[in-house]
Design a binder for this molecule. Structure first.
Ligand code: NCD
Ligand code: ZN
Length: 343
């Protein structure tokens, strides 16, 4: 049987939620990844250092016995985040701050209405070496949903990166050729995460045989040319791109609804899905850099020394997983996956 030994990967963008939901999904991430960048869009959001440290304790308390997993914490930026909060966060070991344009996605109501309002806070981030993690979509409902990422680059991200030349920025979950072009043409200190769904699916997956709520996430899946460009870029070994699943669990009831939530749960196969994508591109030899080296280098963190083994041994993804009092439909539910994580 074919097998693949990798340095233990990191997930640079994940939603772990809280309470019973956290307890349900955390073991999947902790089994695969050495570290994960934990998104702060709880309800209410994690806007202060104190809240982030308390959230980290709740995560640690839910870790399976013996798990070697480190949650890396982020702050949720609002119009009112003071520069002093950044200094406190840095001193407390918080790694990044997440910019959600207000209204862009799940639990983003408290996000930033205009980035120029937080220029002093961004300047402090650059000064103390805090990374800015960006949900890169404009929120204007007049803008076509498939164009919101490209529009964000010109309207917000490029000017922001030019105003704050020392600020390190991660363009999260990129989905388009425009985003790739921006990242590859940008100054030093700009990287991007790529999800498994945007490497494996295009927007047809939203409508295949009928409306598919479990394929709905934000940024929304894009046309095939964009998927192909993303896959070619990661397969080509771009050092600016790294793994971020954006695994975002929602209860089945909230997804299969008249107004379904955005978010795809992929943590149950958080490295296996990428192995499938890289294999399809004939680039399994590039998986380790994408999954375990590029992100650590960008964030200035040490490389993981442990390894994981993947075997080419197909398994069937469960139709549903427990999710507190609810249930969860994982990506590829009821279907077969080619790669398996060895115990
Ligand atoms: C995320 C969530 O559910 O928290 N949803 C998603 O579709 N990715 C929020 C986000 O990262 O946009
Ligand atoms: Zn996300």
């Amino acid at each position: 049987m074919k097998s693949l030994v990798l340095r233990r990967p990191d997930d640079w963008h994940v939603h772990l939620r809280d309470g019973a939901a956290l307890a349900a999904v955390l073991p999947f991430t902790a089994a695969r990844f050495a570290r994960a960048m934990v998104m702060p869009n709880l309800n209410p959001p994690v806007t202060t250092t104190r809240q982030a440290l308390e959230y980290r304790e709740r995560i640690r308390a839910r870790l399976p016995a013996g798990a070697a997993f480190e949650p890396l914490m982020t702050l949720y930026l609002t119009d009112a985040t003071p520069p002093e909060e950044i200094t406190r966060a840095k001193a407390a070991g918080i790694v990044g701050c997440k910019l959600y344009p207000a209204g862009a996605t799940t639990h983003s109501d408290a996000g930033v209405t205009d980035v120029r309002r937080i220029d002093a806070t961004l300047a402090r981030m650059a000064e103390v070496g805090m990374v800015l993690q960006v949900h890169g979509e404009v929120t204007d409902p007049q803008v076509d949903i498939f164009e919101r990422e490209a529009r964000f680059i010109e309207a917000v991200l490029a000017p922001l990166a030019a105003r704050h030349l020392q600020l390190r920025i991660v363009f999260e979950h990129i989905t388009t050729r425009a985003a790739l072009d921006f990242v590859h043409g940008a100054r030093a200190g700009i990287g991007a995460t790529v999800t498994p769904q945007h490497l494996l699916m295009n927007r047809n997956a939203l409508f295949a045989g009928g409306l598919q709520p479990h394929h709905y996430c934000l940024p929304v899946l894009k046309a095939e040319e964009h998927r192909a460009a993303l896959l070619a870029a990661v397969a080509g070994g771009s050092p600016r791109l790294f793994l971020g699943t954006d695994s975002a669990p929602h209860a089945r009831r909230a997804k299969e609804a008249a107004c379904g939530c955005a978010g795809i749960f992929s943590a149950h196969a958080g490295i296996e899905l990428y192995a499938e994508a890289f294999e399809a591109a004939g680039a399994l030899d590039q998986l380790e850099a994408f999954a375990a080296l590029n992100g650590a280098a960008f964030y200035g963190l040490p490389r993981n020394e442990a390894t994981v083994t993947l075997t080419r041994d197909a398994w069937r993804v469960p139709e549903r997983l427990p999710f507190g009092d609810e249930e969860l439909v994982p990506l590829r539910a009821g279907e077969s996956l080619a790669w398996r994580l060895a115990a």
